[in-house]
Design a protein around this ligand. Structure first.
Ligand code: 13P
Length: 388
């Protein structure tokens, strides 16, 4: 708008303002300093044939993984495990990004080289989980909201300085049709939270992954999941656009559309999952977003890969984004089980990771024939009301 000569906004006239020295004021977008970099980073992560290794388990969650292999949850073991993952030779063929927990971002390998630098040399972008977990959302029946906005500006600046170039923030919603959940309040609050997080990240050079996860729990069918997923994702983009997020410098991390874990009609085929998932996204994700990076959400390793393959081969529904993976459990399960915390199993564990990552890279291209990892990869990873 224009200001009057004395610097006070002239409200005495309607229509064209009459001022001798018009000064045009702009609000620079929050991302303006980093726009080109954000777009380039998002595009690099969404490279066809590649996806994200989500190794951002909190200290508590990695403890649950270590319990399963009877390993002590201490800093050395956590570092050794992450070092095993990041130093897997050839991992860069199918991995474009790695998400870390804060502790890992500041760790180095045995040789003294930082994990960020090791990955950088392989052309892999480092990301960081910046949310601080879920808390109860007042006025709802057991729904939650994600914490972590306080101090986020400063933390993002610190993570950028350490070499991180993207971030993730997980919101959690659940479907309960009898209770009308997710409730309008939970959808709105989580969408707004994600949008505020996303723009703070962009102001600090980090590409935000917007992750509104709808849990698998429930007896709803595939159709219900599809409709609710579309509604939740739409709400996220309404909020992100209202907050001025640069769509081209962001990524979406949704759940795939699946029937609820206790749905009477049982699981859906990869073709059914793919059609419902792409339909939901085609109704809700702007074409300007470069990539959609799915979470695995408790699917078995093999299920998550077969579904991704089907998503990339489905025809007749618009899908203008790169559709790929950002898996935690579905990339690491066989690897960690093979490792068992023993140095002598390291090479075999890395081989298991490489095979799984390669299978998902092929699935991104719609070229996965099935069978990677044998029967072990078919074990369910579902945990009710999962927290990461
Ligand atoms: P899962 O693939 O295990 O669901 O984890 C995804 C995730 O959000 C980790 O960043």
């Amino acid at each position: 708008f224009f200001q009057a000569e004395d610097g006070i906004r002239d409200t005495s006239v309607t229509g064209v303002q009459t001022c001798a020295l018009p000064i045009c004021l702009f609000i620079m977008p929050h991302w303006s300093k980093f726009a080109d970099e954000l777009v380039a980073t998002a595009k690099k992560i969404a490279t066809p044939g590649k996806g994200i290794l989500a190794a951002d388990e909190s200290t508590g969650t990695i403890g649950k993984r270590f319990d399963a292999i009877k390993l002590d949850n201490n800093e050395v073991n956590r570092k050794n495990y992450r070092e095993l993952l990041f130093t897997t030779e050839g991992i860069e063929e199918s991995i474009s990004g790695v998400i870390m927990y804060e502790e890992t971002l500041f760790q180095s390998s045995e040789s003294g080289e930082s994990f960020v630098s090791i990955l950088q040399k392989k052309g892999i972008v480092t990301g960081i989980k910046v949310d601080k977990g879920v808390a109860p959302l007042p006025s709802t029946d057991g729904e939650g909201f994600t914490q972590g906005l306080d101090g986020l500006h400063d933390r993002c600046a610190k993570y950028y300085a350490q070499g991180a170039r993207f971030a993730k923030w997980r919101s959690v919603l659940q479907i309960n049709l009898k209770k009308n959940q997710p409730s309008p309040l939970a959808i709105r609050e989580n969408a707004w939270n994600l949008a505020r997080y996303a723009t703070i990240c962009q102001a600090n050079g980090l590409v935000p992954i917007v992750e509104p996860e709808i849990l698998m729990d429930g007896d709803h069918d595939l159709e219900a999941n599809m409709e609710i997923t579309a509604k939740v994702v739409q709400a996220c983009y309404d909020a992100c656009i209202a907050c001025g997020m640069l769509l081209e410098g962001s990524l979406l991390k949704p759940n795939m559309c699946l029937p609820g874990s206790t749905c009477a009609s049982g699981p859906a085929s990869p073709e059914q999952v793919a059609a419902a998932t792409v339909r939901a996204l085609s109704r809700s994700v702007p074409a300007a977003v470069p990539g959609v990076v799915f979470l695995s959400g408790g699917q078995s390793e093999e299920e998550a890969t077969l579904n991704l393959n089907a998503i990339n081969t489905v025809e007749g529904i618009p899908k203008p984004w790169v559709l790929t993976f950002s898996y935690g459990r579905a990339l690491q399960q066989s690897c960690i089980k093979t490792w068992e915390g023993k140095a002598e199993n390291k090479a075999a564990a890395q081989k298991a990771l490489l095979e799984r990552a390669g299978a998902n890279g092929a699935a991104q291209l719609g070229k996965y024939a099935g069978g990677a990892g044998g029967d072990a990869a078919k074990a369910s990873l579902y945990v009710a009301n999962y927290s990461y």
